[in-house]
Design a protein around this ligand. Sequence first.
Ligand code: F6P
Length: 497
Amino acid sequence: MSDAWAPIEGAPRRALTELMAEDGRLDRLRVEEGGILFDFTKTHLDGALVDGFVRLAEAMDLHGARERLFGGEVVNPSENRAAEHTAERGQGHPDAVARANAAKARMRALIDAIDADALGPMAGVLHIGIGGSALGPKLVVDALARDQARWDVAVVANVDGAALEEATDGLDPQTTLVAIASKTFTTAETMLNARSALDWLAANDVPDPYGRVIALTAKPAAAVEFGVDETRVLPFAESVGGRYSLWSTIGFPAALAMGWEAWEQLLEGAAAMDRHFRLAPPERNVPVLAAFADLYYAQVRRCETRATFAYDERLRLLPSYLQQLEMESIGKSVTADGRALGRPSAPITWGGVGTEAQHAVFQLLHQGTRLVPVEFVAVAEGGDAQDPEHHRQLLLNAFAQGAALMTGRAAEDPQRSYPGDRPSTTILLDRLDPATLGALLAFYEHRTFVSAALLGINPFDQFGVELGKEMANALSGGEGGDFDPGTAALMQRALGE
Ligand code: F6P
């Protein structure tokens, strides 16, 4: 593997402005797929680097890894599991696709029944989940279903009671469904929030609080044991990872709020990206090219972070969704076979919303000492009813930032000088509709998979979060005295325990 990195690490470091002036660059490094233009022209990728990464991908058998992913083979060796999120959108081993379709049919039947008022005249959903059981549906509802007529959807993840209070504030307990979303159905925050939500219904004279509950889980027996009626348990496969589970029944509130046709379009948009990822040659394959750029900056230029800015209010939750997807998947210091990684893991993912971020954090991006590759995500067609000048200004700002980062500007006064040569990628959606959003999110999943494959990391486990959970449980169980004196003193001071 180290041999394959040598040509990448030794490639000449050419300036972005020089690269941009080359004939054919726009044709080579702009790819349109699924109603999205992926523009890598302002990255340092050039023919030599792409060739080097293609060789690395061959050395790391990316092709085999991808076929194993879609073939339903074990790609998560530490948990001895396949990773079958693509089967949820019809792309994968036929058995997994059949299982996913059966679960989907069950979800559709329940949604049809709810729409027909089988549970009474409902108008709100309180979705309770955390991490992958919340971030995906929350993003999709916020992006595509905030203005729809019937459903008020509130998502609560944090165990902080203030979060639950805020979520329930806008909901009428008489007409609210409670969706408990947990793959394991054991996550402490979700279980406590679920119990408190049931208390909220009971305190508001809802006669049968449990009759309002829908469970979205890979552990249906645990949901039934919790008290959810079997007819309202929507299972999904154990082989669907938490942060990849939006497409499964975890997406229930999005499917309910958007309507079934739009939900199917979201899945089909993702499926189209799956097919592209599987079939396109590496130099025209958008998740592959994006991962090449990510790896170049993290591994060769040693960038510690990558920033994604959504230049569209509808996508304001994208950075937090990406943080879990990328950092929980590739934030690991050992390879899939347990050896030390020996190089940086994934960069830290962060970001915000343009243009707000320009007036807060862009100073560092333009003039700070750290190199931060930036990703601009914008939508050509606006989603607001204001003077079109608003949307025009939004897009112009995104494009101006990318150009300024690249070209910089020299000045006699060092304070007023901009070094330039700072890379960015622009992802421009034609419009924000279900299919395009599905394609975008599937792109991000596959980009993460490629980075992991080229580093030799298993992107589908997350043991890093277990120790903290165990310690919180131990503290909760009154074992504060067994902890270090600093922690024990904090317990004593804040909780008197
Ligand atoms: O603690 C991390 C994690 O396991 C995530 O991977 C997952 O998305 C989240 O917790 C929620 O887990 P569950 O869906 O089992 O409640």
